[in-house]
Design a protein around this ligand. Structure first.
Ligand code: 5GP
Length: 196
């Protein structure tokens, strides 16, 4: 087997309540390890802040999203918030595997559990946990990209998401960011080296 294909079929799936620091961890790992490739999800939600189509998400209208569902284009999808769909395109995962990458997902807890069932031992699921709900709320307010109603919705959702943490292979508490990043690096490297 040549080196390009050696890691084919492997995936690392990150989930966390929004504001737990998941994007920071994922972006750090993508910069550090060239053999990781980010799975850009599709969504029917509006573009936010500095986000770019094709980089942060593939932004679809609800109708376009429903068409993709009908055409069986997704490995998994969820209505993460009411009326707002998020999903992983099959084409996105094949593209990254063809490049010889380990695919990194940033998806919700249900999507993560779903993909773990599909990929089994080829999948490593990592839950990033905020130290507390209070800290989570402070982070969301500080981020400044959500309205107070949206923050309330996200906190309510976080309480539900936390109950899924025991279904994950690894739980990382993001209390101290540097320590959390170091643990994420170690775990990712071990998975790459088939030690996990
Ligand atoms: P946001 O609107 O903050 O970008 O994302 C909201 C939630 O949707 C996050 O928990 C994020 O991980 C999740 N999400 C993003 N892409 C996907 C996807 O492809 N599938 C699923 N199931 N959830 C996703």
């Amino acid at each position: 087997m040549n080196n390009k294909c050696a890691k084919n079929g492997k995936v690392i799936i990150f989930s966390a309540p929004s504001g737990a620091g998941k994007s920071t961890v994922v972006n750090h790992l993508l910069k550090k390890f060239h053999w990781l490739g980010f799975s850009v999800s599709a969504t029917s939600r509006e573009l936010r802040g500095t986000e770019k189509n094709g980089i942060d998400y593939y932004f679809f209208t609800t109708e376009q999203f429903r068409d993709k569902i009908a055409n069986n284009a997704f490995i998994e999808y969820e209505e993460v918030y009411e009326g707002r769909f998020y999903g992983t395109l099959k084409s996105e995962v094949s593209r990254l595997w063809e490049e010889g990458k380990i695919v990194v997902f940033d998806i919700d807890v249900k999507g993560a559990v779903n993909l773990k069932q599909q990929y089994g031992d080829n999948a490593l699921t990592i839950f990033i946990k905020p130290p507390s709900l209070e800290t989570l709320k402070e982070r969301l307010v500080k981020r400044g990209t959500d309205s107070s109603q949206s923050i309330k919705t996200r906190i309510e959702k976080a309480m539900n998401e936390l109950s899924y943490s025991d279904k994950f292979d690894v739980v990382l508490v993001n209390d101290n960011l540097q320590e959390c990043l170091a643990s994420a690096e170690r775990i990712t490297q071990d998975f790459y080296n088939n030690k996990l």
